[in-house]
Design a protein around this ligand. Structure first.
Ligand code: HEM
Length: 432
């Protein structure tokens, strides 16, 4: 585990050293969240002008643009935007040539949508070139489109089986899972994130419209990131600050150690620069949770509810950047041995290699009526080794949180390396 250096805040995240020393941890969302609030605040300040100035006819709109081209895809080490849609698709292309066409189309749509701009002009009687949901000029609004492949794409349909990422398998159920096949797996996963809901929906419809002859939707989950309450890391539907401890995405050493597949690794050469992406759709039993006394809720997670700080920090405003420390608590009297954070990362030499994943989760609410709330976590994590996730998830089978959550779907995917430039396209290395 590398020591963290404080880095200037940019599209990535910056980290603060840990005041408690020994178990250097990373907690960085404060700065990053402030960045996003700043962006959103711009809106408030400028009453929307700051982010989408009125533009002259045909002139590019001014909104937050996250670069599309790069060695890695955007939407992984990118500060999580406010809104996300995860869609899993089954490919219907009949051969390798059509599959290549699909990836080329996905690339050109993502390249246009993430940059923003004016859709091609067509005669008023022709089929419009854009659905107009975000107005006559498409604003980028911090949109990222991240494309992954699933294990099923490597069956015998396209002759790619010898090129499958070594650890990419179909997700099998863990002990407490109740997986719905209609909400699981898929040939492709497309993660669409942006600052605004309409931007994500506009991109979704655009992408599905342009690819409908070559792929079809399998399942979809829409998520959001809640506001900071009062400051710092956002809270999930259980009311706990969620996303405090994570590798620092501005620390390339850490990212190359824990997230990005490296060249000359056990993985196929084309996979360098990509990463394993786990999506888990986890239903929350909100009604049951709300009856649990806060002291017990805190023992279940291993952190204080109000402050987000570790259990030894009792103050209302204790710092959530403090690290949980277990060296002086072998019996779990302070932080329970079956608490969420202690099982996820026991901080022991035996588990050190399987305790770091990059979490980038969203919360969903699909409740149509109050009787049965359908709320939960679109849990997302990225890691260089899929087994880091599966080993950690297996440890969590024994966690005290089990009675309050039910995993319902999701899958294992491999996020493709980045699209390097105008001539490149998603999965080119895999297909050629
Ligand atoms: C599904 C419901 C889940 C909820 C509500 C949840 C919530 C939380 C909360 C509140 C924290 C403490 C604050 C933080 O450091 O972010 C946390 C930490 C963490 N969670 Fe989860 N989590 C969930 C699922 C998972 C899953 C499925 C995994 C991985 C298999 C996971 C891995 C972690 C890790 C690695 C940490 C940091 C532990 C540490 O180093 O202190 N979580 N989670």
């Amino acid at each position: 585990m590398t020591e963290e250096t404080s880095a200037p805040l940019d599209e990535g995240w910056s980290g603060e050293g840990c005041p408690m020393g020994a178990f250097a941890r990373r907690s960085f969302l404060q700065g990053a969240a402030a960045g996003l609030a700043g962006a959103a605040g711009g809106t408030a300040l400028g009453g929307g002008a700051a982010l989408a100035d009125p533009v002259a006819q045909g002139e590019e709109p001014k909104s937050r643009v996250i670069p599309f081209h790069g060695y890695h895809q955007a939407g992984i080490a990118t500060l999580p935007q406010q809104v996300a849609i995860f869609l899993s698709c089954d490919v219907t292309a009949s051969n390798r040539k059509e599959l290549t066409e699909l990836f080329r189309t996905l690339t050109s749509r993502a390249r246009f949508l993430t940059a923003g701009g004016t859709p091609p002009k067509v005669s008023p009687t022709a089929t419009p070139s854009d659905n107009g949901i975000v107005g006559p000029t498409v604003a980028a609004d911090g949109l990222t489109v991240t494309v992954d492949v699933g294990a099923s794409l490597f069956d015998d349909r396209y002759g790619l089986s010898s090129r499958k990422p070594v650890q990419l398998v179909t997700m099998t159920p863990f002990r407490h899972d109740d997986l719905d096949p209609k909400l699981s797996q898929g040939d492709l996963l497309i993660q669409i994130c942006a600052d605004y809901r309409d931007t994500t929906v506009h991109a979704l419809i655009d992408i599905l419209t342009h690819t409908k002859s070559l792929m079809k939707l399998r399942w979809r989950i829409d998520g959001q990131r809640n506001q900071e309450r009062p400051v710092g890391v956002r809270r999930d539907w259980f009311g706990f600050k969620d996303g405090i401890s994570n590798p620092s995405v501005t620390d390339d050493t850490q990212m190359n150690q824990w997230v990005w597949v490296q060249p000359k690794s056990a993985e196929p050469a084309w996979a360098a620069g990509g990463t394993y992406h786990v999506v888990r759709i986890v239903h929350f039993h909100i009604e049951a949770w709300q009856k649990v006394p806060v002291a017990q809720q805190e023992r279940i997670f291993g952190r204080r509810k109000a402050s987000g700080a570790p259990m030894y920090a009792v103050g209302e405003n204790a710092n959530d950047l403090f690290d949980p420390i277990y060296t002086n608590d072998p019996q779990g009297l302070i932080t329970a041995l079956n608490s969420h954070i202690r099982l996820a990362n026991p901080q022991t030499p035996q588990t050190a290699a399987t305790s770091t994943i990059l979490r980038r989760s969203y919360d969903y609410d699909r409740s149509f009526n109050l009787q049965d709330l359908d709320m939960g976590h679109a849990f997302n994590c990225f890691q260089q080794e899929l087994k880091n996730y599966t080993t950690m998830q297996t440890r969590l089978e024994a966690e005290a949180l089990v009675p309050y959550i039910t995993p319902k779907g999701g899958g294992y995917f491999f996020a493709l390396p980045g699209v390097r430039d105008e001539r490149d396209y998603y999965a080119r290395g895999l297909l050629t």
